[in-house]
Design a binder for this molecule. Structure first.
Ligand SMILES: NC(=O)c1ccc[n+]([C@@H]2O[C@H](COP(=O)([O-])OP(=O)(O)OC[C@H]3O[C@@H](n4cnc5c(N)ncnc54)[C@H](O)[C@@H]3O)[C@@H](O)[C@H]2O)c1
Length: 428
């Protein structure tokens, strides 16, 4: 890893993690086994997990041994996708504990619904697996803290799926912001737009054939099945999801926080609501959050779930304002503007997931630093949780810049964690 920003941040986090000395190797390499193929299992094979299954199947030196989904049909479909991608046909299973019990598995990819991300990560670390966990890495702030503890305790590589951390020109843009390309940066705005339809009103029905709904619920206390919860729509219910902020805001807020080199905020506000459709969804479809940090820096995110038009005619997903100019990042490239808004420089670049997955594998092999180590993932995910807590309590939050914990507000702090279904409380 030659990137100085990544290297400094990793050394900072890895010093606590004890990961640096001797690098991080697979369990099988430590055992001295001759075959160093990395054995991967994917948990949750919706659109995202299926994509990861294909990508790992195509990667040199990796084998996908299991694809797992509580929806049997989805697990079977993912198994045939892996075979089509050229991999050996993996075993399709519905219970991820089968994977945790298999000593040959080196890494678990967690691409389930958010309420499973941290509990599965923590159990996998305890079972000796390295983990690639999709964003957001937790359902609530406490789970994020525990996921970091689990990675440290079991000395595992845990990387969050915020792939922009591995996009070469985004890395370059962050370096340029930090090295003064726009003067002192003090304000970062980020945006997300979509054209999502209504999910209507759900009916209380039996779960569909092939779905183990009890295991889908897992750590979340039981609720009767409704036919508009799955798949995907769980994002819009506080019981399982984190709204658009945790779904898409996290990507952009993460890059802003990374570029600013800030860890935890001092003040968080939220405004918005469900303005477009009055259906079963609970999380805001129109949402503006602000995060203030020590050192006169502010990040905002504006999320519009039901209208794809972004006013102002600009397409930048993030705009950094500095004393001498601005820098906008869109997709894998960036543009630098002068103080009057004229484009001074335009740099194109590519996105995708391959680089981030390859970086995860290289980190496990001790050949690179993880580009989005779990502590970094937790800090960015926490901002989304804080934005949602500010929204749900209707109050501005004052936070401790040491760890992001909410000060002087016991009611808001109640949302730091959740009630768990018996037997599934995450423990490190
Ligand atoms: N990094 C990115 O750009 C990106 C893109 C898309 C999705 N994601 C993330 O990936 C995750 C999955 O997204 P999706 O769009 O595929 O959602 P989805 O709801 O379509 O798929 C989730 C799958 O997980 C399965 N699942 C739930 N609990 C399980 C368990 N205990 N064991 C095995 N399988 C279980 C569900 O049955 C479902 O098939 C989300 O957290 C999302 O935020 C990230």
């Amino acid at each position: 890893m030659t990137n100085p920003i990544h290297r400094r941040r990793f050394l900072e986090t890895a010093a606590t993690a004890g990961l640096v000395a001797g690098g991080v190797r697979t369990i099988r390499a430590e055992d001295g086994a001759a075959n160093d193929t990395m054995v991967v299992a994917v948990m949750g094979t919706g659109g995202r997990g299926t994509e990861h299954s294909r990508n790992f199947a195509r990667m040199n030196g990796c084998r996908v041994a299991y694809v797992c989904d509580v929806d049997r049909h989805r697990a079977e479909a993912a198994a045939s996708e892996v075979a089509k991608a050229g991999g050996r046909s993996p075993e399709a299973v519905t219970d991820f504990r089968r994977i945790l019990d298999d000593k040959d598995v080196d890494a678990l990819v967690v691409a389930t619904c958010n309420h499973w991300h941290a509990p599965a990560t923590i159990l996998a670390c305890a079972a000796g697996k390295h983990v690639y966990v999709e964003k957001p890495c937790s359902y609530n702030p406490r789970e994020g803290e525990l996921a970091v503890e689990a990675a440290r305790k079991h000395r595992r590589v845990v990387q969050m799926g915020n792939q922009r951390r591995s996009w070469p020109k985004v890395i370059e843009a962050v370096e340029r912001i930090r090295s003064g390309a726009i003067g002192r940066p003090y304000f970062a705005r980020s945006f997300y737009n979509n054209n999502r339809p209504s999910i209507g009103r759900g009916r209380d029905t039996a779960p569909p054939e092939g779905l183990d709904y009890a295991l889908w619920e897992g750590p979340a206390p039981h609720r009767p099945f409704h036919d508009n919860y799955l798949h995907y729509n769980w994002h819009w219910f506080w019981h399982w999801g984190n709204g658009e902020l945790g779904n898409n805001g996290v990507h952009f807020i993460d890059v802003c926080r990374w570029a600013f080199g800030v860890d935890y905020p001092t003040r968080v506000t939220s405004a918005g609501g469900r303005y477009r459709y009055h259906d079963d969804q609970e999380t805001p479809d129109t949402h503006v959050v602000t995060f203030e940090f020590p050192g006169e820096k502010m990040i905002t995110w504006e999320g519009l779930s039901c209208n794809n038009f972004r006013p102002g005619g600009h397409s930048d997903e993030m705009v950094f304002t500095g004393e001498e100019g601005s820098l906008g990042i869109t997709g894998g490239g960036y543009r630098i503007y002068d103080l009057s808004g004229k484009v001074k420089e335009k740099v194109s670049g590519a996105g995708g997931d391959a680089g981030h997955l390859a970086n995860f594998v290289a980190a496990i092999r001790g050949e690179a630093r993880p580009n989005s180590e779990i502590l970094e993932g937790h800090r960015s995910t926490l901002l989304c949780h804080l934005g949602n807590i500010a929204h749900r309590t209707g109050r501005a939050l004052v936070c401790d810049p040491k760890d992001g914990r909410i000060l002087h507000d016991d009611e808001a702090m109640k949302l730091w964690t959740r009630q768990y279904a018996p037997g599934w409380e995450p423990k490190v």
